[in-house]
Ligand binder design. Sequence first.
Ligand SMILES: [Zn+2]
Length: 287
Amino acid sequence: MINMMRCRVCSDHMKHGSREWHYSCASCGYEFADLRPAINVDDAHCQLNELSRANGLRLLRERNFKRLVRSLTLLRPTAGGRLLDVGSAHGWFLDIASSHFSVLGIEPDRRIYDVANGQGKPVRFGFFPSALGEKEIFDVIVFNDVIEHIIDVESALRACSRHLSPGGLLLLNLPSSSGVIYRFSKACCRVGINSLFERMWQKGLPSPHVHYFNARNLSRLANKFYFKKITSGTLSTFSLRGLYSRVSQAGSHGLLARLVVCFFASLSLPLLRFAPADIIYVIYRKE
Ligand SMILES: [Zn+2]
C-alpha cells in the first residue's frame, strides 16, 4: 500500500479512491491503481481464455482500427512512412495500417508473439523501448490499449520522443475515466458492488490497467514531453456481435450469468451511443 503519492500529471497529492489499491487526484482527475502485471506468468494466463478474447474483440477492434488508420493517413497523406505498433498483439492493426505505412509491431507476451510471428506478421518480441535499436526511428508510434498498462508512462513518452522523426505522430488509444461505463462502475463500488470496477481495471488479469486518464489530463502529461495534440476522438466500446465471447473471456461465470449480462448489455447499447465514450484516442505531434 502506498501512503503518500504525488499525481504524475499535476503533482498534487493523490487520495485513496474506490478500493484500497485505487488512488485518484481531485485536482486533475488522473487515477492510478497499485496493481502488478503478471505478463508471461502461467497462473494469470489460465484465468483468461485468449482465444475467446481474440474472437470477441476482433470485429470491434478492426472497425476502430480502420478509423484510426484513416485519421493517421489524413495527417500523413504520403504513403510509406515507418509505423511502430507497441503491443501489437495479434497484428490486426498492423494488417490495416500496412496498406499505407511500412509497419513493425513489438509484443511482450511470448504466446501472442509466437502466434503473430507464426502467421508471418512483422513483429518483434519484447518490451518498448528495449526491443528497439538505439537509432531506430519511426514516423508514427501507436499504442492501442497499451499505455494504460505501462507503470512508468513518463519513460515511455520520453522514449517515443527519442524514436520519432521530427514532426512524427504519436497515437494513444485508451480507456477514459470520463466514460459512462467507468463512472457507473465507480458508483457500483459505493454501494459495495466491486466486480465491474475491478473488471474495468482488469484486476487479476495478466496485465492490469494501472492508469485511467481523460482527454484533458492525458494531454497535460503529454505536453510535458513536447507532444502537441493535433486531433482526438472517441471509439466504440461494444458491438452486438462478439458480445457473448467478451462476457465469457474472464472464464469464471456460469452460462446463465453470461446470458443475463449479454441481455442487459444489448438493451443498453443504443443508449450508450449518446453517453460519454469509454474509449478515447488522441494524436499528438512531436514538437
Ligand atoms: Zn493531478
